[in-house]
Design a protein around this ligand. Structure first.
Ligand code: SF4
Length: 221
Protein backbone atom coordinates (compact mmCIF):
# COMPACT_ATOMS: atom_id res chain seq x y z
CA UNK A 1 0.00 0.00 0.00
CA UNK A 2 2.81 2.39 0.91
CA UNK A 3 4.67 1.54 -2.32
CA UNK A 4 1.56 2.26 -4.36
CA UNK A 5 1.10 5.64 -2.65
CA UNK A 6 4.79 6.45 -3.10
CA UNK A 7 4.52 5.64 -6.81
CA UNK A 8 1.45 7.85 -7.20
CA UNK A 9 3.25 10.71 -5.41
CA UNK A 10 6.27 10.29 -7.70
CA UNK A 11 4.00 10.48 -10.76
CA UNK A 12 2.29 13.57 -9.37
CA UNK A 13 5.69 15.14 -8.65
CA UNK A 14 6.63 14.66 -12.32
CA UNK A 15 3.43 16.45 -13.40
CA UNK A 16 4.06 19.35 -10.98
CA UNK A 17 7.67 19.54 -12.14
CA UNK A 18 6.46 20.33 -15.65
CA UNK A 19 3.80 22.82 -14.50
CA UNK A 20 4.11 26.43 -15.67
CA UNK A 21 0.52 27.47 -14.99
CA UNK A 22 1.61 30.59 -13.07
CA UNK A 23 4.43 33.02 -13.93
CA UNK A 24 6.30 31.84 -10.79
CA UNK A 25 6.54 28.46 -12.49
CA UNK A 26 9.08 30.14 -14.76
CA UNK A 27 11.09 31.90 -12.03
CA UNK A 28 11.41 29.06 -9.51
CA UNK A 29 14.70 27.16 -9.17
CA UNK A 30 13.06 23.88 -8.15
CA UNK A 31 9.47 22.83 -7.70
CA UNK A 32 8.74 21.89 -4.06
CA UNK A 33 6.36 18.97 -3.61
CA UNK A 34 5.37 17.24 -0.38
CA UNK A 35 7.78 14.85 1.34
CA UNK A 36 7.55 12.26 4.10
CA UNK A 37 5.55 9.17 4.90
CA UNK A 38 3.12 8.47 1.98
CA UNK A 39 0.71 6.91 4.50
CA UNK A 40 1.19 9.47 7.28
CA UNK A 41 -1.64 10.01 9.73
CA UNK A 42 -0.56 13.64 10.11
CA UNK A 43 -0.02 16.03 7.19
CA UNK A 44 1.53 19.45 7.78
CA UNK A 45 0.57 22.14 5.26
CA UNK A 46 2.51 25.40 5.07
CA UNK A 47 2.08 28.42 2.82
CA UNK A 48 4.74 27.98 0.15
CA UNK A 49 8.43 27.48 -0.47
CA UNK A 50 10.97 30.12 0.58
CA UNK A 51 14.50 30.67 -0.69
CA UNK A 52 16.11 27.58 0.86
CA UNK A 53 13.22 25.34 -0.18
CA UNK A 54 13.35 26.70 -3.74
CA UNK A 55 17.09 25.95 -3.88
CA UNK A 56 16.82 22.44 -2.42
CA UNK A 57 13.42 21.38 -3.79
CA UNK A 58 12.17 20.31 -0.37
CA UNK A 59 9.61 21.91 1.95
CA UNK A 60 10.59 23.41 5.31
CA UNK A 61 14.38 23.18 5.11
CA UNK A 62 15.34 26.75 6.09
CA UNK A 63 15.27 28.25 9.59
CA UNK A 64 11.51 27.83 9.79
CA UNK A 65 11.99 24.21 8.76
CA UNK A 66 14.51 23.66 11.54
CA UNK A 67 11.99 25.05 14.01
CA UNK A 68 9.27 22.80 12.57
CA UNK A 69 11.57 19.79 13.04
CA UNK A 70 12.05 20.80 16.71
CA UNK A 71 8.29 21.33 17.12
CA UNK A 72 7.63 17.83 15.80
CA UNK A 73 10.35 16.33 17.99
CA UNK A 74 8.68 17.96 21.01
CA UNK A 75 5.65 15.72 20.41
CA UNK A 76 7.70 12.65 19.66
CA UNK A 77 7.64 12.80 15.85
CA UNK A 78 10.38 12.77 13.26
CA UNK A 79 9.94 14.54 9.92
CA UNK A 80 9.76 11.14 8.22
CA UNK A 81 6.80 10.16 10.41
CA UNK A 82 4.60 12.85 8.85
CA UNK A 83 3.96 14.25 5.36
CA UNK A 84 4.99 17.88 4.88
CA UNK A 85 3.74 20.03 2.03
CA UNK A 86 2.60 23.53 1.03
CA UNK A 87 -0.39 25.22 -0.56
CA UNK A 88 1.73 26.24 -3.58
CA UNK A 89 4.67 24.35 -5.03
CA UNK A 90 6.72 27.24 -6.47
CA UNK A 91 8.44 30.07 -4.59
CA UNK A 92 6.37 33.25 -4.79
CA UNK A 93 8.73 36.20 -5.21
CA UNK A 94 8.74 39.86 -6.04
CA UNK A 95 11.57 41.86 -7.56
CA UNK A 96 12.30 44.78 -5.23
CA UNK A 97 14.77 46.96 -7.17
CA UNK A 98 16.77 43.96 -8.29
CA UNK A 99 16.49 42.16 -4.95
CA UNK A 100 14.38 39.01 -5.11
CA UNK A 101 12.15 38.77 -2.02
CA UNK A 102 9.57 36.27 -0.82
CA UNK A 103 5.95 37.37 -0.96
CA UNK A 104 2.62 35.85 0.05
CA UNK A 105 1.03 33.64 -2.62
CA UNK A 106 -1.64 35.31 -4.74
CA UNK A 107 -5.17 33.91 -4.72
CA UNK A 108 -4.78 32.90 -8.35
CA UNK A 109 -1.57 30.97 -7.61
CA UNK A 110 -3.23 29.15 -4.71
CA UNK A 111 -6.23 28.33 -6.89
CA UNK A 112 -4.00 27.10 -9.74
CA UNK A 113 -1.98 24.87 -7.41
CA UNK A 114 -4.88 23.58 -5.34
CA UNK A 115 -5.33 20.51 -7.47
CA UNK A 116 -1.82 19.30 -6.57
CA UNK A 117 -2.38 19.75 -2.83
CA UNK A 118 -5.75 18.00 -3.12
CA UNK A 119 -4.10 15.10 -4.97
CA UNK A 120 -1.37 14.79 -2.33
CA UNK A 121 -4.04 14.64 0.38
CA UNK A 122 -6.11 12.14 -1.62
CA UNK A 123 -3.06 9.87 -1.94
CA UNK A 124 -1.78 10.13 1.66
CA UNK A 125 -5.29 10.17 3.19
CA UNK A 126 -4.28 11.67 6.57
CA UNK A 127 -6.48 11.53 9.64
CA UNK A 128 -5.13 14.87 10.88
CA UNK A 129 -4.07 18.01 9.01
CA UNK A 130 -2.12 20.79 10.71
CA UNK A 131 -2.19 24.04 8.72
CA UNK A 132 0.68 26.39 9.53
CA UNK A 133 -0.18 30.08 9.25
CA UNK A 134 -3.24 31.98 8.14
CA UNK A 135 -2.88 31.54 4.33
CA UNK A 136 -2.73 27.73 4.62
CA UNK A 137 -5.63 27.71 7.09
CA UNK A 138 -7.73 30.01 4.89
CA UNK A 139 -7.11 27.78 1.89
CA UNK A 140 -9.09 25.08 3.74
CA UNK A 141 -11.45 27.11 5.90
CA UNK A 142 -12.20 30.16 3.79
CA UNK A 143 -11.20 33.83 3.93
CA UNK A 144 -13.14 34.45 7.16
CA UNK A 145 -10.77 32.26 9.19
CA UNK A 146 -8.91 34.18 11.91
CA UNK A 147 -5.65 32.66 13.09
CA UNK A 148 -5.69 34.70 16.31
CA UNK A 149 -9.22 33.67 17.27
CA UNK A 150 -9.52 30.21 15.74
CA UNK A 151 -6.07 28.60 15.97
CA UNK A 152 -6.11 25.51 18.14
CA UNK A 153 -9.72 24.65 17.21
CA UNK A 154 -10.66 21.48 15.37
CA UNK A 155 -12.46 21.62 12.03
CA UNK A 156 -13.36 19.05 9.40
CA UNK A 157 -10.89 19.04 6.50
CA UNK A 158 -10.53 17.23 3.15
CA UNK A 159 -11.41 13.54 3.24
CA UNK A 160 -12.98 13.97 6.69
CA UNK A 161 -9.58 14.61 8.33
CA UNK A 162 -9.51 16.57 11.59
CA UNK A 163 -7.94 19.92 10.77
CA UNK A 164 -6.32 22.45 13.07
CA UNK A 165 -4.36 25.61 12.33
CA UNK A 166 -1.56 27.12 14.36
CA UNK A 167 1.04 29.83 13.83
CA UNK A 168 3.68 29.32 11.12
CA UNK A 169 7.22 28.77 12.47
CA UNK A 170 8.48 31.64 10.27
CA UNK A 171 6.09 33.95 12.14
CA UNK A 172 7.41 32.75 15.50
CA UNK A 173 10.98 33.47 14.32
CA UNK A 174 10.06 37.04 13.44
CA UNK A 175 8.89 37.73 17.01
CA UNK A 176 11.08 38.74 19.94
CA UNK A 177 10.97 38.74 23.74
CA UNK A 178 7.65 38.31 25.48
CA UNK A 179 5.68 38.16 22.22
CA UNK A 180 7.71 35.19 21.09
CA UNK A 181 7.30 33.45 24.44
CA UNK A 182 3.53 34.02 24.41
CA UNK A 183 3.09 32.68 20.86
CA UNK A 184 5.36 29.69 21.56
CA UNK A 185 3.11 28.78 24.51
CA UNK A 186 0.03 28.84 22.25
CA UNK A 187 1.77 26.73 19.62
CA UNK A 188 2.92 24.27 22.28
CA UNK A 189 -0.68 23.87 23.46
CA UNK A 190 -1.78 23.27 19.84
CA UNK A 191 0.95 20.70 19.29
CA UNK A 192 -0.06 18.84 22.43
CA UNK A 193 -3.66 18.74 21.16
CA UNK A 194 -2.39 17.29 17.87
CA UNK A 195 -0.37 14.67 19.78
CA UNK A 196 -3.46 13.77 21.80
CA UNK A 197 -5.56 13.39 18.63
CA UNK A 198 -2.82 11.29 17.04
CA UNK A 199 -2.78 8.99 20.09
CA UNK A 200 -6.57 8.57 19.78
CA UNK A 201 -6.23 7.66 16.08
CA UNK A 202 -3.43 5.20 16.83
CA UNK A 203 -5.47 3.55 19.58
CA UNK A 204 -8.45 3.18 17.23
CA UNK A 205 -6.22 1.44 14.70
CA UNK A 206 -4.36 -0.79 17.19
CA UNK A 207 -5.38 -4.47 16.93
CA UNK A 208 -7.70 -5.53 19.79
CA UNK A 209 -5.98 -7.39 22.62
CA UNK A 210 -6.98 -11.06 22.56
CA UNK A 211 -7.71 -12.80 25.89
CA UNK A 212 -4.49 -14.78 25.55
CA UNK A 213 -2.37 -11.70 24.86
CA UNK A 214 -4.11 -10.01 27.78
CA UNK A 215 -3.14 -12.90 30.05
CA UNK A 216 0.48 -12.68 28.89
CA UNK A 217 0.46 -8.99 29.62
CA UNK A 218 -0.78 -9.66 33.16
CA UNK A 219 1.89 -12.32 33.62
CA UNK A 220 4.57 -9.82 32.57
CA UNK A 221 3.34 -7.51 35.31
S1 SF4 B 1 2.52 27.39 -8.18
FE1 SF4 B 1 1.60 25.40 -8.67
S2 SF4 B 1 0.16 25.79 -10.34
FE2 SF4 B 1 1.57 27.56 -10.22
S3 SF4 B 1 3.22 27.07 -11.66
FE3 SF4 B 1 3.87 26.35 -9.65
S4 SF4 B 1 3.25 24.19 -9.62
FE4 SF4 B 1 2.10 25.17 -11.28
Amino acid sequence: MIDERRERLTKLHAVVDACRRCPIGGTRTKVVCGVGDPAARLVIVGEGPGESEDRQGEPFVGRAGELLTRMLAAIGLRREDVFITNTIKCRATSDESGRIANRAPMQEEMANCRQYLDEELAIVRPRIILALGAPAAKSFLGPGFSITRQRGMWFKGPGGADLMATYHPAYILRLTGGNMTAVKKLVWADLQAVRHKLDEVEQEQAPPITPQADAELKLDL
